[in-house]
Design a protein around this ligand. Structure first.
Ligand code: BTN
Length: 143
């Protein structure tokens, strides 16, 4: 009877507790260490997603505008993922790959990126790719 009572008491609390825990869900708004923002829309049951990226910095000096992104994630607790940003204001492309972690109770996206700039000719190919890292944290939801 005692264990039955404990189960009955505990059971209704379980969904509430789960919903309060960070879960490494990519959907939502994120900010990185450069102050860039991105919004990821719903992730499909195949792990596909799309969204919008707003970069705070540019390589070529042109003023940034919202740019589309598309990507994939694995469907797991701390998923690996990758996405491509097609910059609307330059002829560059950036690919990001990374993993979502729960770190000290908060979701964090640890990523690396490659930015491919347009090279005017094949001789300039060697200097057309930049590499770096970015760390994203979730933007607090605004009301
Ligand atoms: C360009 O300048 O041609 C396009 C914008 C590139 C912005 C880069 S992508 C990697 C890094 N992370 C960011 O959030 N912004 C820069």
């Amino acid at each position: 009877r005692v264990s039955g009572g404990a189960w009955l008491l505990g059971y209704p609390l379980l969904p509430l507790n789960l919903s309060l825990l960070p879960q490494c869900i990519l959907t939502g708004k994120w900010k990185n260490d450069l102050d860039s923002n991105m919004t990821i829309r719903n992730v499909t049951d195949k792990g596909e997603f799309s969204g919008i990226y707003y970069t705070a910095v540019t390589a070529g000096g042109s003023s940034p505008k919202e740019s589309p992104l598309v990507g994939y994630q694995h469907l797991s607790e701390e998923p690996t993922f990758g996405f491509t940003v097609n910059w609307t204001f330059s002829d560059s492309i950036t690919v990001f790959t990374g993993q979502c972690f729960i770190d000290e109770g908060k979701e964090v996206l640890k990523t690396m990126w490659l930015l491919r700039a347009h090279a005017d000719n094949i001789t300039s190919d060697w200097k057309a790719t930049l590499v770096g890292i970015n760390v994203f944290t979730r933007l607090p939801s605004q009301k």
